[in-house]
Design a binder for this molecule. Sequence first.
Ligand SMILES: O=P(O)(O)OC[C@H]1O[C@H](OP(=O)(O)OP(=O)(O)O)[C@H](O)[C@@H]1O
Ligand SMILES: NC(=O)CC[C@H](N)C(=O)O
Ligand code: SF4
Ligand SMILES: [Mg+2]
Length: 487
Amino acid sequence: MFDMISHPFDDDKLKEECGIFGVWGAEGSAALAALGLHALQHRGQEAAGITSYDGKTFHSHRAMGHVAGNFDRDEVIRELPGEAAIGHVRYSTTGASALRNVQPLFAELSTGGFAVAHNGNISNAAHVRRELNRRGSIFQSTSDTEVIIHLVATSTYRPLLDRVIDALKQVEGAYSLVMLTNEGLIACRDPLGIRPLVLGRRDDAYILASETVALDVVGATYLRQIEPGEMVVINEKGLRSLRPFQTLRPRPCIFEHVYFSRPDSLLDGLSVYQVRKNIGAQLAIESPVDADVVIPVPDSGNPAAIGYAQQSGLPFELGIIRSHYVGRTFIQPGDAIRNLGVKLKHNANRPVIQGKRIVLIDDSIVRGTTSVKIVQMMREAGAAEVHMRVASPPTRHSCFYGVDTPERAKLLAAQMDVQRMRDYIKVDSLAFLSINGLYKALGEDMRVEETPQYCDACFTGEYPTRLTDYEEAAADDQLVLLAERAS
Ligand SMILES: O=P(O)(O)OC[C@H]1O[C@H](OP(=O)(O)OP(=O)(O)O)[C@H](O)[C@@H]1O
Ligand SMILES: NC(=O)CC[C@H](N)C(=O)O
Ligand code: SF4
Ligand SMILES: [Mg+2]
């Protein structure tokens, strides 16, 4: 059966985003890409792919599943020769989780081979696709990313770089991209820089990656981030930086700091780990509790809990142990499996909990599945009181920029106020970090209301770009509703 073009809003799975990696000028580029992608595995666990270029021919291997298991065999790496490669780990946001949507996507264009790996989500992809279809484009996938290839293919400009720029000027939303072509490795961040992308150096090679942790793993030195709206072209002549888009005030995703990025990465020059500790400290200032012990909900709650404990002076204990053999619960499809997943994943460390008044720290509450289970587990382990402190503001809105949040109706904080959430999760008290507290933890004085420094739409509902597909779908629904009422 063919998969439908899905939209983040239609989907009840909450997935994360993607990781991208690029290398130019290194022997064994595919092996480096495999290592880099392995370090980015937390960003996408549905599928992985690598495309290499040996100066004449492009070679691709794409598969469903993890990097290890697909790219840990010599015979696979041997079939990806060349000194240049790009790679991708995927959580789908538009288009089903199926092999034909696995990236890098590749096409033979009039200019030569063109491979692209994308982190983000194009918020007018369906609109652009309809237009391209009308003009005769034949799509091979249902992924939003493919519109970029068709826009490059059908551009009226001749030079490849101009075609790419022309294509990107027609898309809206979030895109960090690495593109492998016969003219070099092209990388780019959307004008708002919603998704991250960093540049590194390893001997004579240039490396691009979603996060600095991938540079560490391949032994590269971090040079700098690719700036919002910047495009770099890397080839035998070296690295050239271009600013092809209208300059806008950057709006990087604030949730990268809260949850997505690995704590050992640097984001915009800031240590993710340190920011998460600052968040915890800020939370302790805003919402102190009279309790005996601070317990993180591992893994993502750990740094914030350390910050909370240090600020409050309460002891920090590992009261919940996380199995290393279960992936992120976000990704499990279907509520029944997801519920089981939470149980499999966490277990109470009873001696630390029994008879204690505990403060649980988690980074976020999305559906509430994790919190409900964990609190029940803490009570069963004999906790005297269970207080919960959340290291982000309530998640009330869906993301359209590369994070596959569930429809709004499934976001706990979209349905209930904090008081009702407290009763639902069955905690003695519940508090969330304030939005200004989050900005403070990032080193800002406060959120600048007229021109916010970050994208924080999942907390505030203020989306920094147009959402053409969403608006058109909503208008269609409205028409159907009106027609139904009229009939
Ligand atoms: O309210 P929910 O819908 O349950 O989602 C929120 C939970 O999901 C995430 O953790 P996850 O288990 O995905 O990954 P982690 O191990 O990296 O913390 C997040 O850190 C919360 O713990
Ligand atoms: N999460 C992402 O960044 C996904 C990239 C792209 N939108 C896809 O669905 O493949
Ligand atoms: S809506 Fe939230 S998760 Fe999505 S890009 Fe903005 S801050 Fe990040
Ligand atoms: Mg978690």
